[in-house]
Design a binder for this molecule. Structure first.
Ligand code: SF4
Length: 308
């Protein structure tokens, strides 16, 4: 794996925030309200900073779009659409040709992304950076040889304890022998060892959900880093997924306790530099808004077993 500086890794962690996160947890912008659930992104928030978790999952404060996250959304859309084409037509040029139409679709869905660019030149430079990521993708995989079973697969499962998990898997491949491979694209650079564990936790989360839904432990989890063309893989087994389940249950217990006691302290780190809520953060001289009891009640539904 390519070496990265700590700061670059930290930036990667922020910049590669899963574009699917809002749809996973039904945050503002989601079409229909639904039962709250734990997602890898939100668990990561809680571990990173409990107050950040509160702002995102309980207060549900809006955040301005970032060019890195928006590029991630755009590249994910292109890679999803690419597999609509007949196999032989899945070329670099075809993928890059999808950038324009997918950008227009994104603008239609989220008009605020226009504010990211001062002028057409900035937008052109940004689109070129997205095109470069797609070019890197082709150095890692040959999409002409792949027929994904699922793309942008929304999966949701309730654990025996009643905790609801939800995630969106970028791609699920099924081999002839039925083996499953879970693939996730990251538009940042591959992480340092310090952050690799966090990235793999996300993949084990998806593997657990798929195992519980389909009764099959995925054979391989694969993270494709388009920032540097590196691939991180992990072959899970039942024991590792059971351990992941126990970890998730423990994190949920901590979240539930924090929610019932309205206790979400700030936890400063170098990632604060990318936090959209510094002005409300006591660690930076701000004052958090009153604790929203309705938001807390909604979140607690994530651990309330559904009837029947
Ligand atoms: S600024 Fe830092 S400490 Fe404050 S809420 Fe954001 S991530 Fe947490």
């Amino acid at each position: 794996m390519a070496a990265t500086t700590e700061a670059a890794s930290a930036a990667t962690e922020v910049a590669t925030t899963d574009p699917a996160a809002e749809r996973e947890d039904g945050a503002p912008g989601a079409r229909a309200p639904r039962r709250a659930a734990l997602s890898p992104s939100r668990i990561n928030d809680f571990k990173q900073c409990p107050l950040l978790f509160r702002f995102r999952s309980i207060d549900r404060l809006p955040e301005p779009p970032s060019s890195a996250a928006t590029r991630g959304t755009l590249v994910h859309s292109v890679l999803e659409r690419l597999f609509d084409l007949p196999a032989r037509e899945r070329t670099v040029a075809a993928a890059q040709g999808l950038l324009g139409p997918e950008w227009e679709n994104l603008r239609e869905r989220e008009p605020s992304v226009d504010e990211l660019f001062a002028d057409g030149a900035e937008l052109t430079t940004w689109l070129r950076s997205a095109a470069a990521l797609l070019e890197t993708y082709f150095t890692v995989e040959d999409p002409r040889r792949l027929e994904p079973a699922e793309r942008e697969l929304m999966c949701e499962v309730e654990l025996e304890s009643g905790v609801l998990l939800r995630g969106i898997v970028d791609r699920l491949d099924v081999a002839r022998d039925g083996a499953l491979r879970v693939v996730d694209y990251k538009t940042g650079r591959s992480p340092s060892e310090q952050f690799a564990a966090s990235a793999l936790f996300q993949m084990r989360f998806y593997a657990l959900v798929i195992w519980r839904l389909r009764g099959i432990v995925p054979r391989r989890l694969q993270l494709v880093y388009l920032g540097d063309g590196q691939v991180l893989t992990y072959d899970p087994d039942e024991a590792s997924l059971l351990a992941t389940e126990r970890t998730i249950e423990a994190i949920w217990s901590a979240i539930r306790h924090a929610t019932t006691t309205a206790s979400f302290p700030p936890k400063q780190s170098r990632l604060c530099g990318w936090c959209a809520h510094q002005t409300l953060c006591p660690a930076f001289g701000g004052t958090a808004p009153p604790f929203p009891q309705d938001g807390a009640a909604r979140l607690l539904q994530a651990g309330a077993p559904s009837a029947g």
